[in-house]
Ligand binder design. Structure first.
Ligand code: ADP
Ligand code: MG
Length: 150
């Protein structure tokens, strides 16, 4: 059993996910509410489903390409199809993974920080805790966990 908590401003939603498919469905629902400039920060341990969650968001944005983990490339950019682009005012999905970077400075040096929150994009970040204070208050926080003994 995985727990997923989505915090957006004052609103907090809790979900329980029994499978990768159910995490995808929860992510898809959130993905459908995103607009250009929005940032989603995905917290949770290795293997807990952050990349699965990013795939669900991409699917909601109409992205047909296979979303792969950006652990080694640090950032992937996907084009949002034109029909969706008009509706949500975003052209790109940036999928960032800071796992291999140490510290906020390295992330800035890698040229990743400048893309975060771009007005024409939706940004999804794995291991966002490494960004320190770089994330704005408007960020949507998603925490994935596997509580002990479940
Ligand atoms: N409830 C669940 N939610 C998400 N993934 C799950 C779940 N149960 C099992 N899995 C599996 O766990 C793995 C999660 O991998 P991944 O999304 O790459 O993790 P992370 O990006 O957090 O390191 C996938 O292989 C997925 O199929
Ligand atoms: Mg991952």
């Amino acid at each position: 059993m995985h727990t997923i908590t989505i915090t957006r401003g004052d609103s907090k939603q809790h979900f329980e996910s029994t499978s990768a498919a159910s995490t995808l469905a929860i992510a898809k629902k959130l993905g459908g509410t995103l607009r250009g400039g929005d940032i989603v920060a995905l917290f949770g341990d290795l293997g807990v489903g952050k990349t699965v969650f990013a795939k669900g968001i991409a699917s909601a944005l109409g992205i047909k390409e296979t979303v792969v983990s950006p652990t080694f490339v640090l950032m992937m950019r996907y084009r949002i199809p034109q029909k969706k682009e008009k509706k949500i005012h975003a052209r790109f999905l940036y999928h960032i993974d800071t796992y291999r970077l140490v510290g906020t400075r390295a992330i800035v040096d890698a040229g990743i920080a400048e893309h975060i929150g771009a007005p024409d994009a939706i940004t999804v970040i794995e291991w966002p805790d490494k960004l320190g204070q770089l994330l704005p208050k408007t960020t949507t926080y998603v925490s994935l966990a596997v509580p002990d003994g479940i």
